[in-house]
Design a protein. Structure first.
Length: 417
């Protein structure tokens, strides 16, 4: 590809490098600096010198997510394919053209959604809560007698994947390996491609198993949809469901517990205050949502967004966390953040948002887990000063790398099936 090709998008002069310690340690100040220096749409550079636009304005985010024809989630439009090496570490996050609910647009996207959404809607919320209570108790039993724990590795990360595994009909022994592959893939490091292949292997084996022996699970209900899909389509859709459900929910749990342990406003919740748990979880969706940046949208034609000229095929990254804290709109919603206002972008927005049944499933898993944790360990506290806590090394996902805690040791409750 040469500079004379239509849609060629070299890295803009002064583009912000999308990576580095500020995305982990101080993202909100970084986003404010971006607004002051670049406006609501920022030219950024991805690893390997790959150009993109980062949308950080709330109004501009609405414009992009409400315009699926102008900004479709159609990765085949990308004008950079000639410059992307096969081993590019962010490829699993940005995606490639494939038959999937996440990487298709228009009628094809709706075809996949028509199969996936009813399967998600069929999940019994009361049974899911019971399963999550048992799983949370089992995980807590593993460390409650010590008086110390690392909550990300021992609770927040395994809980969602175990709960989703139960919904999918996944063999229990595959849960830890599946969680590892998704975490490594999302961090976008050197092992991301290999982790993506391992993740795919889990889903391929699951589809084959459920085709041979259907059960009362989400995968079997997808396979029973009247219009048949290929095995590749089932696997891709399951990867989208599982990755989105596990990674974001584990970080929702971790970020919510961290907030409750570091903010005096939520101290009462450590005695089991349900209202405070709900408030903390909602505040996290506004202030520290699990997904900071979502890839992506691709411009279907030349257009303008904010004060920037967007060329056909340009990649737009959705800066969900930045848009949620946009000062141009936060002055109107800041007082309502803790009272249930859900006008945030934590689940994206528009035609390609996270399906509502999936949002409900994530909320049940996260809230149930936190409730059981605080009921069992009411004097939970951080084991290190709050300023020593660090975030995962990913500009895309906003989660804790570790959450060490201390508490009064208690006896295991046991008795699980």
């Amino acid at each position: 590809m040469t500079p004379t090709d239509r849609g060629y998008c070299p890295v803009q002069p002064g583009a912000v490098l999308l990576g580095g310690p500020r995305f982990q340690a101080d993202p909100h100040h970084l986003y404010n600096d971006m607004r002051r220096e670049h406006g609501s749409v920022v030219a950024v550079e991805l690893p390997g010198g790959v150009p993109a636009w980062l949308v950080i304005g709330y109004r501009e985010m609405h414009q992009v997510t409400n315009s699926p024809e102008l900004f479709p989630r159609d990765v085949s439009l990308w004008n950079q394919w000639g410059n992307i090496p096969e081993d590019w570490p962010l490829l699993p996050m940005v995606g490639q053209p494939m038959p999937s609910i996440y990487f298709t647009a228009g009628a094809e996207h709706r075809r996949h959604l028509a199969m996936v959404e009813p399967a998600l809607e069929s999940v019994d919320p009361f049974e899911l809560r019971r399963v999550c209570e048992d799983l949370a108790d089992r995980l807590i039993d593993g460390f409650c007698g010590r008086g110390t724990a690392e909550l990300m590795a021992e609770f927040a990360e395994p809980l969602p994947v175990l709960a989703l595994g139960a919904l999918l009909g996944l063999p229990k022994e595959e849960g830890p390996h599946l969680a590892w592959s998704m975490k490594v893939m999302a961090d976008g490091g050197a092992d991301a491609q290999g982790a993506h292949l391992q993740f795919m292997g889990h889903m391929q084996r699951l589809v084959a198993m459920k085709k041979a022996a259907p059960g009362d699970d989400l995968v079997s209900r997808m396979l029973a949809y009247p219009t048949p899909f290929t095995d590749e389509e089932y696997v891709n859709d399951l990867m989208a469901i599982t990755a989105a459900g596990h990674l974001t929910t584990s970080d929702w749990v971790g970020n919510s517990v961290r907030l409750m342990l570091t903010d005096d406003r939520f101290a009462a919740a450590l005695g089991g205050g349900r209202r405070s748990i709900s408030q903390a979880m909602n505040e996290v969706l506004w202030e520290e949502g699990p997904t900071s940046i979502l890839a992506g949208r691709w411009a279907a034609r030349d257009t303008r967004l904010g004060d920037k000229v967007i060329r056909a095929g340009d990649l737009l990254l959705l800066g969900l966390a930045a848009a949620n804290t946009d000062p141009h709109v936060r002055q109107h919603v800041s007082d309502a953040v803790q009272t249930g206002n859900n006008a945030h972008f934590a689940f994206s927005h528009g035609e390609y948002r996270c399906p509502f049944p999936a949002q409900h499933i994530a909320e049940i898993i996260a809230r149930t887990g936190i409730e059981v944790l605080l009921d069992r360990l009411p004097d939970l506290d951080l084991a290190v000063p709050a300023q020593q806590l660090t975030r995962r090394p990913s500009p895309f996902m906003h989660g804790m790398s570790a959450l060490p805690v201390v508490f009064t040791p208690v006896r295991a409750v046991g008795g699980f099936q």
